[in-house]
Design a binder for this molecule. Structure first.
Ligand code: SF4
Length: 365
């Protein structure tokens, strides 16, 4: 608790705020603004929760990026899971996914019609369910970024080791760095810097951002999730912008190493291979996903059950694609807090606990 308090120290936060205000003033005097994208959904929640957006000078804008795994997963993925459920597979998923709309219904609605959909808090629940129901096909909905990919991937090793044949993974894994490339290339966004994710960076390492820096790049500053972490990250970005630098800076070096977590990376490499992946809002991004390697394809639900994941149909009126891309603030969606609230959510950005719309609704109205 003492440790956490240190990163929420009000006096230190005030000093940082003053320094940020001074730096922003320097930028302003040369007619410049700073548009900073926080890439991670947990950052989005923390920024909203601690009111950080509200204390920033008016020429420093924080926009949310594609860092919520549930939000970037397209409706066609839910459709595929529902198709499997209707074929009598037992679907195992993390909580937020159950209420995300597919083209025609959610997994929760499918369950209400009698399908077997189980909510799990850990991937190991899928193994336990497969062992308890040897006569059923169990399909785990394997979504997430680098942080969750490694632990979820252990399912394949565990199932292979235990000789479990009725478990497979419907993968929609996403890798963060390739998405940065797409965002930087979009001329409508004009992103000046990335506040890079903490947990993802602990896996991939700070060196993973080097390709996005340099003469054609932008500052990439890794920050933790506490208020002082985030303010330090913003301060670091402003200093780089003033000095016209674009470097990787690791403000979260109490956790993140340049090389990342080698063990986790090896585990991913053992079971998974790169693949082009579709993201809500970003479309098809080259080598931005991971799928199960051929030698383990009996655990790949797509191949085992011969199912294709298509794009699917977005919920009517929902602008999550633009919100995910940082093109639109949640409050600019006509449905925000009107037709779309956490109790009656229209799109995944309001449903997910890491969604931008949920963060703005909870803390910034
Ligand atoms: S407010 Fe609701 S409808 Fe609008 S973008 Fe967010 S989730 Fe979609």
């Amino acid at each position: 608790m003492k440790y956490i308090d240190g990163f929420r120290n009000p006096a230190a936060a005030s000093r940082l705020r003053e320094r940020i205000t001074d730096l922003a003033g320097t930028l302003k005097r040369s007619g410049r603004t700073a548009t900073i994208m926080e890439v991670c959904g947990t950052h989005t929640m923390a920024i909203a929760r601690f009111g950080i957006r509200d204390i920033l000078p008016d020429n420093v804008d924080l926009i949310s990026g594609p860092g919520c795994p549930v939000c970037v997963t397209e409706p066609g993925y839910i459709d595929a899971a529902i198709t499997l459920a209707k074929k009598d597979a037992m679907i195992v998923t993390f909580g937020d996914m159950i209420n995300v709309p597919g083209s025609d219904m959610t997994l929760a609605q499918c369950r209400a019609q009698g399908a077997s959909i189980e909510v799990a808090y850990s991937p190991s629940s899928a193994v336990a369910l497969a062992q308890q129901h040897p006569d059923r096909e169990v399909v785990f909905l394997a979504i997430g970024f680098e942080t969750t990919i490694a632990p979820v991937t252990t399912l394949v090793g565990t199932a292979a080791g235990k000789g479990i044949r009725n478990l497979s993974l419907l993968t929609a894994f996403k890798l963060v760095p390739p998405a940065l490339k797409v965002l930087m290339a979009d001329p409508t966004l004009e992103i000046d810097a990335f506040l890079c994710p903490a947990h993802v960076s602990a896996i991939i390492g700070s060196d993973a951002y080097i390709p996005y820096t340099g003469p054609k790049g932008v500052p990439c500053v890794i920050a933790g999730f506490e208020p002082l972490d985030i303010l330090l990250g913003i301060e670091g970005i402003l200093k780089q912008l003033i000095n016209e630098k674009a470097e990787v800076e690791n403000q979260y070096n109490r956790v993140v190493r340049p090389e990342g977590n080698i063990k986790a990376k090896k585990l991913m490499e053992k079971y998974l291979q790169p693949v082009d992946a579709r993201w809500r809002g970003l479309g098809l991004v080259t080598n931005s996903g991971l799928e199960i390697r051929r030698e383990y394809e009996t655990f790949d639900a797509r191949k085992k059950h011969n199912i294709k994941i298509r794009k699917g149909k977005e919920p009517a009126g929902c602008l999550c694609g633009d919100v995910i891309k940082g093109k639109l603030k949640p409050t600019a969606c006509p449905l925000f807090a009107a037709g779309c609230t956490p109790d009656h959510a229209v799109g995944p950005c309001m449903i997910s606990s890491e969604g931008s719309c949920a963060a703005y609704y909870k803390y910034s109205r």
